[in-house]
Design a protein around this ligand. Structure first.
Ligand code: TUI
Length: 314
């Protein structure tokens, strides 16, 4: 059995495993490793300067001849420059996060770049489908980083019912059971972030990988509701300070306190005062291993489980 779907067809990949485009985390090393393993690697643009992102794309092209993509973080102030550069460099697909990519849709598609927006709700997903999205990544609130309100369990089937384009499930998926569950809900692919933080090729500071490895089930918290951009992080000193500002409804102070905190965590390894963005499934990540091993395990376990489930009904 192979897990061939409209998503593997669309992206020209072997396995329907898309790697989350995590800012300061998903660099070309990780993206190329995932793509070389037959999944879809994604470089996270985040707030990265345009020149640096261009170099990242070029490095990925040297490291793999397989398809890979870039995640556009739409809240970044220089997003217009970034999109212009991505159009010039060319990648197979972009995923988008934290906003509506509508104004870039036609230009990207005209260059043959597939557009896979991340949507946390059915209404936004339908709007994006109507203006040309090639697939929708439905991200549940189990995910790390900036999140919406619905869980993956309820969002995925509603997207599948509402859309004609394929749905990729994201949020809370870390092993073959999660992949099989997403497929049971009608998804034709999965996007996985947190598990790939602990890939050997992921360049984040080793202290962050250790923090993810030791995370337990209730170790994440969602902070920043008062800012309108809630983010899920692993609990630490910073998250407790932000929670206090949240309850006092002081969003401006949260924005000020939060600036630069993701890079402080992922690059410098400050897991106390940095922003340790990770999903609830951090608790399910138990080892550091090559990205290829992760991809192959996810697929082999999901396939075996789907076969076993078939055998269990009569
Ligand atoms: O984008 C993400 N995850 C992220 S972005 C990020 S950087 C950041 N840091 C602090 C505050 C805000 C951002 C860290 N993690 N995931 C995809 C995602 N997109 N989750 C939710 C959304 C989303 C939310 C609203 C997508 C569209 C949207 O639309 C609103 C609109 O404009 O209609």
């Amino acid at each position: 059995m192979a897990m061939r779907t409209r998503v593997t067809e669309l992206l020209g990949i072997e396995h329907p495993i898309i790697q989350g485009g995590m800012a300061w985390t998903a660099t070309w090393e990780l993206a190329a490793a995932v793509s070389n393993a037959g999944g879809f690697g994604v470089i996270g643009a985040g707030h990265m300067p345009t020149d640096l992102l261009r170099e990242q794309i070029r490095s990925a092209k040297r490291a793999t001849d397989r398809p890979f993509g870039v995640n556009l973080m739409l809240l970044t102030p220089h997003i217009d420059d970034i999109v212009e550069m991505v159009l010039a460099e060319g990648v197979h697909a972009v995923t988008t996060g934290a906003g509506n990519p509508g104004r870039y849709m036609d230009a990207l598609k005209a260059k043959g770049i597939k557009v896979l927006p991340i949507a946390p709700s059915v209404a936004l997903a339908k709007r994006l489908e109507s203006i040309g999205a090639d697939a929708i990544i439905g991200e549940g609130m189990e995910a790390g980083g900036h999140i919406g309100e619905l869980t993956t369990m309820v969002l995925t089937p509603q997207l599948v019912d509402a859309l004609d384009v394929p749905v990729i499930a994201a949020g809370g998926i870390a092993d073959g059971r999660g992949v099989a569950a997403a497929f049971a809900l009608g998804a034709e692919g999965v996007q996985i972030g947190t598990r790939f933080m602990c890939a050997t090729e992921c360049v984040i500071h080793p202290a962050v990988k250790q923090r993810v490895l030791k995370a337990k089930d209730r170790d994440t918290v969602v902070t920043g509701y008062s800012t309108g951009h809630p983010v899920r992080v692993l609990k630490n000193k910073l998250s407790r300070q932000i929670e206090k500002l949240d309850s006092a409804n002081r969003p401006d102070e949260i924005e000020a306190l939060g600036a630069g905190r993701l890079a402080l965590c992922m690059r410098e390894g400050d897991v106390d005062m940095g922003s340790v963005m990770a999903g609830q499934c951090a608790a399910m990540v138990v080892s550091i291993e090559p990205a290829a091993d992760i991809v192959h395990e996810l697929v082999a376990d999901a396939e075996a489980l789907m076969r076993a489930l078939g055998a269990r009904v009569s």
